[in-house]
Write a protein that binds this ligand. Sequence first.
Ligand code: FAD
Length: 559
Amino acid sequence: MPPVRVLYWFRTDLRLTDSPAVKAALDLAPSALYPVWCWDPEYVYSHNVGVNRFQFLLDSMNDTSAALTRLNPKSQLFVIRGSPRTLLKDLLLKWEISHLVFEEDKSAYGRVRDASVSATAASAGVKVVTRTGHTLWDTEAIVAKNGGHPTLTSETLMKCVDKLPNLEPPIPAPNSIPPPGPLDLALDRNYHPVSRPVDRNARDRTAEVTVYDTFTGPHADFAVPTLEELGMPPATTPYRGGEAEGLKRLEAFCSNEIAVAKFEKPKTSPAAFLPPQTTLMSPYLKFGCVSVRYFHKRVQDIIAKHKRGSSGLPVNLPGQLYFREMYYAAEFATPCFDRIRGNPICRYINWSLENVYDADGALVVPRPVSDDAEAEMYFERWKEGRTGFPWIDALMRQLKHDGWIHHLGRHSVACFLTRGHCFVSWERGLEVFDQWLIDWDPCSNPGNWMWLSCSAFFHSYFRVYSPIAFGKKWDKHGDLIRQYVPELKNFPAAHIYEPWKCPIADQRKAGCIIGKNYPKPMFDEKARKEHCLERMKAAFALGLKGDDTKVLDGSARRE
Ligand code: FAD
């Protein structure tokens, strides 16, 4: 028998507790285990990722690396700078790998990448072993139970799940791991340097700077990169990544068992910050620092213990995790899930500032200058938190600074940008969330944007979040506004949601003149809402979807 030498490829699973794929790797009883992370420029630099998500990722990688070293002093996370599609084959050969093991990633990009890497590995005689772990259930199996269709409601999801085997219990973290084999590869000269766009914020990302000359890192030690190395400024988010941090946060939340058992999402406040009233586990689930199955079991056990008075689906914590499963299964079964054009579940709405695609369906980059200057202005002011509506501005500034906002805060800003007031395409909002959210997810993000813009999943377009009354309901004193819009911190509570109505003497007293120190509202909120309702009504009457010929050939837009 040839020796078993495993390359374990970390991607969506930066943890050791309850990792079915790590267990599968160790069950092979390898003589050498190479834990590898590929800094995949095709993926990371095709997204306009902001510094906070990078920081969270680097924290998570460092935490995994330290945990691996604790289990074996010779081990660490070996970070390879380069695309897995070009690099992994050489590593498999040079390190004489017999098995490539990884956790499945069923998202659109992950599927294509993994098929290509698996084919390469097979052609090199390497066995590929994969396990589900990023979701509670195998997404593909859910879709199969739904006749190949996307899951568009949580009820549909639950019906499919009922036909699947019960979840296995979580797996404890390993006590030890084998060392890697020799690492001296001398491959550097064979590889192209890794580049990233000069300006992450620019739509034109063709200009690049070289980030890495060598695939083993500046000190040739496969170390986790630093923000400095990536040419990025320090992060501003108060949230730090990693399995240890994620498990600590989960335990802290679960220490109040009654609150866990009675958790009802719609009753948690979008205005609560530091600490928020929800778990803030989303970035830990996104990077796989905490296993979703472990999280599920932890809260299910508490709910079972406090059955009387506990809340039910879909508002309780398991219900929240099932929404995540629903979006994963919807994405799996839907082509073009993250865009309008070609997306069969997405209602076609004649938005301002929608994305432009060429004849082959590729996104046109750089984005053509829009002739709708007003919509462009709404979008820019929304993004920068300068709309003149303090509730919206506070949330957008919280998003940019902290990298996370509460679900109902996301509802507020997404509804405002799209069907509520600005009538800007959800595709543009999605890009901003991709840039600033630390929990950005390829399934939950487009899914929720479609929901909020009434493009799919949810259709009551006449239910619009008020940028004034909704925030006031949760936070009468305006604490969230005072925290994130410091210009208004001394404003009287009676006027903090509509500062333009405040008498000028009080504005002076508060040290903030509206129109000078803080903007006037960028439009008449009620008039814009009426305008948007009319346009939504027209779109619903038209009844087109993203894969309709009229949408694909552009004629729907001109009508
Ligand atoms: P909790 O309320 O504590 O819920 C626990 C977990 O359940 C979350 O961590 C998350 O994994 C899952 N969950 C809860 N609600 C949802 C939901 N509606 N959809 C999917 N999963 C859910 N969530 C992301 O993880 N990534 C995104 O990119 C993302 N983009 C969003 C965009 C918009 C426009 C909206 C309205 C929502 C988006 N969400 C996204 C969903 C939701 O807002 C966040 O998952 C949630 O606010 C995270 O906070 P939490 O961990 O405290 O959630």
